[in-house]
Design a protein around this ligand. Structure first.
Ligand SMILES: Nc1ncnc2c1ncn2[C@@H]1O[C@H](COP(=O)(O)OP(=O)(O)O)[C@@H](O)[C@H]1O
Ligand SMILES: N[C@@H](CC(=O)OP(=O)(O)O)C(=O)O
Length: 439
């Protein structure tokens, strides 16, 4: 046992000086919390803007040859306000000036966005009296932008073992040429997991603004129940399908090392939160679901062709077209003479017309239809496996609320049933499933 806890604090936990004080009290309460990963300041209220969003805005302004001063002043005031209200003597203005200059001179989007975490990390390190370890020196990507896990593990482990306590800003690392590269949005969760693995922590705490992983999105279902324990596998399914409390990729580094993740609430630190582990002993949860999550904005491309089933290589030819346009597809339900490809609108990236033209030219189908505005919903639970009637219960829940199911897909693990519904039925469907299985 290393007796080390890595604590990641999300943007909501570090949105203002009052939140910084809560974070310090949490760190002080347990001396095993030696490594801290902060996000950039998040929203202080519903109408507020995240610093990361403001930084991306600055980058867009520079691209359009517009001055950034108006937006950057808001960013600078947020940081200066935090420093002013904390008992520290830290010259954040000097750092802000450097960042403002580099962004104005056309720094990359990744550099620009990463400064949210960088500046917050500097302030937090000063406030906690911890060393500051720049993520660019311990997290590495290779040339094609993938995380270089081996190098990261080697350097992170060596560097962190030299210090007693440290703050490592979340969300970014560096490319082989030294340039800054960020993870995708919400990626500070991944940094926390990488740091936990790097130092061989006993526990990765992920502090946010809810008292754990909830069985459904609290913005859709009123006061959903908290999941006390969940497996990495279930969590990944739910996180991937829109339960944004934890980035879906943050599971990999800790799962390998069997480091549990504990989701906790900075605003209610006495709550136990949710524990994410590799396996949970079989209990009496047969038929129960662990959670439900979903995402909107998918497109279905349906291809019809007589005798498609006997045309060897049809699927390959079709998928090569998606590969050519760099589209990662989500699902591919099929019938005898039909095949549907479901992809997120963001993946299609304005290439839909070219993809359709190529399908017509290469696959020579009888018909191709496009349906937009599909939402996908995942109902996940290790308790669902081998329990008869689960899919029927799910379909009944939706039928009772007059919701049409456009697609249904069950993974072979029987741990996850995905349904597709019209986007306008999205929230209603989540509530119907939650009410049927949980209430
Ligand atoms: N299943 C879920 N459980 C908990 N929170 C969820 C879930 N689905 C969506 N959320 C939302 O995720 C938010 C926390 O994630 P995020 O805003 O990224 O926090 P942070 O700023 O701490 O990283 C919650 O406030 C909640 O609105
Ligand atoms: N600040 C980044 C990274 C991040 O993880 O933030 P948060 O922990 O507040 O979700 C973002 O907004 O994407």
């Amino acid at each position: 046992m290393s007796n080390i806890i890595v604590a990641k604090f999300g943007g909501s936990s570090l949105a203002d000086s009052g939140q910084f004080q809560k974070v310090k009290a949490i760190i002080r309460a347990d001396e095993r919390r030696r490594f801290v990963v902060p996000s950039a300041p998040g929203k202080r209220n519903k109408e507020d803007e995240k610093i990361t969003d403001l930084l991306y805005k600055c980058h867009d302004y520079v691209k359009n040859n517009e001055p950034i001063d108006g937006v950057f002043d808001i960013i600078a005031e947020r940081y200066m306000g935090i420093v002013k209200e904390l008992p520290i003597n830290f010259d954040i203005k000097a750092h802000l000036d450097i960042v403002r200059k580099r962004i104005s001179e056309g720094a990359s989007a990744d550099y620009t966005a990463s400064r949210g975490e960088y500046l917050n990390g500097l302030i937090l390190a000063s406030y906690l009296g911890f060393d500051f370890v720049d993520a660019k020196d311990v997290i590495f990507f290779n040339e094609d932008g993938q995380l270089d896990s081996e190098k990261t593990q080697e350097v992170m482990s060596a560097e962190l073992s030299k210090v007693k306590n440290a703050v490592i800003p979340g969300f970014y690392g560096s490319l082989p040429n030294g340039e800054i590269k960020t993870f995708s949005r919400g990626g500070s969760d991944i940094t926390g997991a990488i740091v936990a693995r790097g130092i061989g922590a006993d526990l990765y705490e992920n502090w946010t603004d809810v008292s754990g992983f909830l069985m459904a999105d609290p913005r859709i279902v009123d006061e959903p129940k908290i999941i006390e324990k969940i497996t990495y596998k279930e969590l990944r399914e739910l996180a991937y399908m829109g339960a944004t409390v934890l980035h879906e990729d943050s599971v990999f580094p800790v799962r390998q090392a069997k480091i549990p993740i504990n989701i906790r609430n900075t605003n209610s630190p006495a709550d136990a939160g949710t524990l994410i582990v590799s396996e949970i002993e079989k209990g009496d949860n047969k038929g129960a679901i662990t959670g439900v999550a979903g995402k909107k904005n998918f497109t279905v491309i349906t291809i019809e062709k007589n005798l498609m089933n006997s045309e060897i290589g049809f699927g390959r030819k079709l998928l090569e077209i998606f590969e050519k346009y760099n589209v990662s597809f989500e699902h591919m339900p099929s019938g005898i003479d039909t095949l549907c490809v479901i992809a997120a609108d963001g993946q299609l990236n304005g290439n839909l017309k070219c993809i359709l033209d190529e399908i017509n030219c290469v696959c020579k189908p009888d018909n191709v239809y496009v349906q937009r505005d599909l939402a996908l919903i995942a109902t996940v639970g290790r308790g669902m496996a081998s329990v008869r009637g689960t899919a029927a219960k799910l379909c009944t829940a939706l039928a009772e609320d007059d919701i049409n199911i456009r697609m249904i897909d069950q993974g072979s693990s029987e741990m996850n049933i995905i349904i597709g519904v019209e986007s306008c039925d999205f929230e209603k469907s989540i509530r119907a499933i939650y009410n049927k299985f949980v209430k």
